[in-house]
Design a protein around this ligand. Structure first.
Ligand code: G4P
Length: 190
């Protein structure tokens, strides 16, 4: 998606050869026009999938997820990240480890909001190792729901997340695919 790539080129800050900072339009300040366009693009790419729900994870997945849900005319559910829980009767719970932040969270969704009839579009802001996306997919499995696809804003294609998801049988659509962050520069997959 050209608008997103332009934004990454002009405002993205390469912090190291594996971390891209995009807090001026995605992770802290958010660009609503860009979010709207991304929502339309996700909806276009998954229009044939009979999506009934968009599922993301707090916090940075919520804005693109909500815009995709608006375009698809379905609800958005965001999974919550919490420290280890004791009372989990009414929740789907999965552990998700973040390699970037070196923390493990219990990721939860109320049993009220996902059912076996759902066709779910999983959305997230970054795809690195795929931990968050797999955690959300496992929650869908617990609910008996179908994962119709995974939509990612920024994929770091040099990390293993995408190939692991594709190998597991998921359709992955990323709006920007970064081949490398070497030499302080974001290079996109052609
Ligand atoms: P994974 O889910 O693909 O395995 O990724 P990983 O555990 O490595 O990422 C953990 C967190 O770091 C996630 O945010 C993810 O979006 C973010 N992240 C990963 N790589 C980058 C990067 O290059 N740049 C930035 N800006 N973020 C990255 P989170 O902890 O869920 O944070 P938030 O959604 O609350 O902002």
């Amino acid at each position: 998606m050209q608008l997103l790539k332009d934004k990454i080129k002009t405002e993205g800050i390469v912090l190291s050869n594996n971390v891209l900072k995009v807090d001026s339009f995605l992770n802290h300040q958010m660009d609503p026009v860009l979010m709207m366009e991304m929502g339309k693009e996700f909806a276009r790419r998954f229009q044939d999938k009979k999506i009934t729900k968009v599922l993301t994870i707090e916090s940075s997945g919520i804005a693109p997820g909500l815009m995709a849900a608006l375009e698809l005319n379905v609800p958005l559910v965001f999974a919550r990240k919490q420290k280890s829980l004791t009372l989990t009767d009414n929740l789907f719970v999965e552990k998700v480890h973040s390699f970037t932040k070196q923390v493990t969270n219990d990721v939860t969704v109320s049993r009220k909001f996902l059912t076996a009839e759902d066709h779910v579009l999983v959305i997230d802001d970054f795809l690195a190792n795929g931990e968050a996306a797999f955690g959300l997919a496992r929650i869908c499995e617990q609910a008996g729901a179908t994962v119709a696809g995974v939509g990612i804003v920024i994929e770091k294609s040099f990390q293993p997340g995408r190939s692991k998801l594709v190998e597991a049988g998921y359709r992955v659509e990323s709006l920007a695919r970064i081949a490398s962050l070497d030499n302080g520069q974001a290079q996109f997959v052609e």
